[in-house]
Ligand binder design. Structure first.
Ligand code: FAD
Ligand code: 2HG
Ligand code: ZN
Length: 474
């Protein structure tokens, strides 16, 4: 397309929908670089429609003109899935202005909301209605429900409430042909054929645009109590997990592992954050219990649990938050780890999962090999141990330039990914594949699975306009 064609085409697009069309480089720039600043692309423009009909009109325009389309929510993704390539041919479709809460049904325990609703706003709307929307992650102040669904986001309460997929009852989707599928059913039981919503959840915008969703709500707990426990190693943390599940059962809502190196990063870059425990330990666990009786009951059970774990030698020191402010301070440390890493500089991100029973051995094997082959590197180990999911990131040895270090990315990933294959784990537990991992995914998944994925993609998006190059290599 030459310049006058583009101007005429964009004028035509602007006519077809309500909302904003951003074309000025200063306006489009924030949409073209990902949160980690690892990827920067170019785009024809950024469209911000205001309704499902508007989204459908934009998608039809893209289909008509064979313009690739990159859906974007809060742009907090970790794998460059919402960033266009550098051809400048794509249109970024930002769902940010589709941010209405359509309905909260407290009897059915559901919320029907548009895709651009910021997660924290949905949590608050649920709380205002006396309910809990349990999806929770450090990006909740800016990520959107559409992005959460499209990445099948996990976060810190999966252990008890499941990931985003498990919280979703129905979807409204604009297909790549620009048709609107209204599947906004609030049913907990519905066996009427293929459950199509599951195709779009976790598809990273490659099969259609999610415009709204009906999500499950839960009762609000009477009290939430948080503890910070020092543990000698991940094996002890796993024994604590087993004990906590036995003693607290469904009340155990979070179980996060944090290595001491993560604490050092947070202290270095976010000096307001204070360590909850005086003495350093190789690892810590942040646990949370949601109690439906009372705060006193929750404290009592936590004290008994931690006492038992200390006697067994699995916990060496622990603090139970005595107030909401203290609990928030514990969480602030955990939630600052991604930001502290970003401030430290570039690192290699690995978002792994293995069966919980294998995770101790997996850590022992891979850390030894990585540290042997790449002396001096720092392992940034933290995450959702209760789900078998760790952020298993690797930072350069002191004094090594980020560029020189990043040249080792494939070799370091190879060590981890081979171990994952041996333990039947996943190379992406919760962040998705985006443009970071499609090629490696093809290497590690059965060929038949990839071929079935390609069949689904071709059936739903025959023109290949939906977020090309993400999830499946072109
Ligand atoms: P975006 O980044 O805008 O998009 C992500 C993907 O979804 C892209 O493929 C995009 O094309 C697609 N998409 C977005 N909206 C739509 C739509 N309406 N229809 C179709 N496709 C769409 N992730 C976790 O799982 N667990 C965590 O604990 C976690 N913690 C984080 C902490 C921090 C500090 C940060 C920065 C990120 C974290 N993330 C975490 C990653 C990220 O927040 C999640 O992946 C989140 O779900 C992305 O939402 P978003 O609205 O920002 O999506
Ligand atoms: C988290 O759990 C996120 O904080 C980000 O998933 C993980 O920074 C990371 O690698
Ligand atoms: Zn995470």
């Amino acid at each position: 397309m030459n310049a006058p064609d583009i101007t005429a085409l964009l004028a035509d697009l602007r006519e077809r929908f309500h909302g904003r069309l951003l074309v000025d480089p200063a306006d489009t720039a924030p949409f073209l670089t990902d949160w980690r600043k690892r990827y920067t692309g170019r785009a024809l423009a950024v469209a911000q429609p205001e309704s499902t009909a508007d989204v459908a009109a934009v998608v039809r325009w893209c289909a008509e003109h064979r313009v690739p389309l990159v859906p974007q929510g809060g742009n907090t993704g970790m794998v460059g899935a919402a960033t266009p390539d550098d051809s400048g041919r794509a249109l970024v479709l930002s769902l940010a202005r589709m941010n209405r809460i359509r309905e909260i049904d407290v009897v059915n325990n559901t919320a029907t909301v548009e895709a651009g609703v910021v997660l924290a706003n949905l949590q608050q709307a649920a709380r205002d209605a006396g309910r809990l929307f349990p999806l929770s992650l450090a990006a909740e102040g800016s990520c959107t429900l559409g992005g959460n669904l499209s990445t099948n986001a996990g976060g810190v309460q999966v252990l008890r409430y499941g990931n985003t997929r498990e919280l979703c009852l129905g979807l409204e989707v604009v297909t790549p042909a620009g048709e609107v599928w209204n599947g906004l059913r609030g049913l907990r039981k519905d066996n009427t054929g293929y459950d199509l919503k599951h195709l779009f959840i976790g598809a990273e915008g490659t099969l259609g645009v999610i415009t709204a969703a009906t999500m499950k709500l839960h009762p609000l707990p009477a009290a939430q109590v948080t503890a910070f426990a020092a543990v000698p190693d991940p094996h002890a943390a796993l024994r604590l997990l087993v004990l906590a599940q036995k003693r607290l059962a469904a009340s155990l809502t979070a179980f996060e592992l944090i290595s001491d190196y993560c604490m050092q990063l947070v202290e270095r870059h976010l000096p307001g954050r204070r360590r909850p425990l005086a003495a350093a330990s190789p690892y810590y666990v942040l646990l949370e219990s949601s109690d439906f009786e009372s705060e006193a009951h929750a404290h009592e059970r936590f004290e008994a649990l931690l006492g038992e774990a200390m006697e067994a030698g699995d916990v060496t020191d622990a603090a139970i938050a005595g107030s909401i402010a203290q609990s928030q301070a514990f969480w602030a440390i955990r939630e600052s780890i991604p930001e502290a890493q970003a401030l430290e500089g570039r690192n290699i991100k690995q978002d792994i999962s293995v069966p919980i029973s294998s995770i101790g051995r997996f850590i022992d094997e891979t850390i030894t090999t990585i540290e042997r082959d790449f002396p001096g590197v720092r392992m940034v180990v933290f995450g959702h141990l209760g789900d078998g999911n760790l952020h298993y990131n690797v930072s350069p040895a002191p004094g090594v330039s980020p560029d020189a270090f990043m040249a080792n990315e494939a070799a370091i990933n190879h060590i981890t990914y081979e171990a994952l294959a041996a333990h039947r784990g996943s190379i992406s537990a919760e962040h998705g594949l985006g443009q970071l991992k499609p090629v490696e995914n093809v290497r590690y998944k059965p060929a038949l699975e990839i071929s079935l994925m390609r069949t689904v993609k071709a059936a739903l998006d025959p023109l290949g306009i939906m977020n090309p190059g993400k999830v499946l290599p072109i």
